[in-house]
Ligand binder design. Sequence first.
Ligand code: SF4
Length: 441
Amino acid sequence: MATAIEIFKHLPKKNCGKCNFPTCLAFAMQLANQKVKLSDCPFVSEEAKAKLEASSAPPIRLVTVGDGPRKVELGDETELYRHEKKFFHPTRYAIVISDEAGEEEAEAKLRRVHELSFERVGQTLALDMVAVRDDSGDDARFVAMISRAAKAGLPMVLMSERPEALRKAVKEAGLKRPLLYAATEANIDAMAAVAKELKCPLAVRSGDLNALADLAERAVKAGVEDLVLDLAPPRAKDLVERNTIVRKNAVKKTFRGLGYPIILNACGDERAVLKAMLSTMKYGGIVLLDDLDPAHALPLFVLRQNIYTDPQVPIQVKAGLYPVNDPGPDAPLLFTTNFSLTYFTVMADIDKAKVPAWLLVVDTEGLSVLTAFSAGKLSAESVVEAIEETSAREKSSKGVLVIPGMLSRMSGKLQELSGLKVVVGPRESSGIPKLLKSGQA
Ligand code: SF4
């Protein structure tokens, strides 16, 4: 990304304010921070536009695989470290089916594709893609397996080094933007020609990063810009090293030759899950796996969720009044904050008690109970406001409000402002079932 001064040099310097900034320099500074668009200035010349657009392109190209609502987007990252800014496009996992797989094996893998789905803190964690590998060398078998796997409705990776087989497969199966994997020194020209003709993204593979950049350049010259890089790391150590070199060169040195998302083929590797985890932590775009059992899938998906969550914005749930275990007007009223982890823990503990209850979730901008209280985002006043907004008093007419144990110091004021009898709950949410079953609430 160009600096503000570099951008400023290309602006018209009229200082007219039509971009909503008083001077061109102020506008340039906002543009350098990606807060505004170049088109907000109506006076930029075509020549300046071309120069600025080239220098403001993301250091890692945005590549889309598939079409429609399940398409996946890769790349378009701007940072080396997650604490500097959010990472945007998470690593995608694909299960690979060989076109030589028998009926039973293919069915089992396709079933697995649907079964690998988990709910965590209100988000669905699932497998993203399916890949089909051309092991048979037989066009008809390859196309048949692709057509079958396409029914899963996920974006696809087509693994073959035979350009003609790929052309036939994409056309006959009617696929939109599958990733063609992979072009090498031996087939780059023919693969690039097919990718261009079919308007598909293309993976290029080499264990030598200089050779890889050359392959990428040849593909771009042939008219294929949506590329994915396979760095072919033999060991876990090489994966971390190569992925880091590529990301650093793309982000810090704006080296366009390596400014593409990264794919890892972990098939046939006994350390496939370890490599998938390292790839998730170190800038991976796609990981191809022979298979993934649920015991490995859940921690892998959770790792990805944690890495691709904005560190500056806690995961939140919607504030409001939530019924648990089908409550009536005589069910107790409890409250907590809208920090996802707190909400789901409290919700699960009330559910576990099998006692009907109303859970009031107060908006604390995603902060947990004590943090919100200390930061002034949770007070007796804000709780009363939430009670009024949600008509909680009418839904739970018991006249009792259970508050988190850590907020005991709020109880007096809350009782006075709300007119409800305040019961101080346990300090840990795990104590809620005991309290609810005791009838004290
Ligand atoms: Fe400068 Fe263009 Fe903004 Fe006018 S609209 S102040 S010329 S950047």
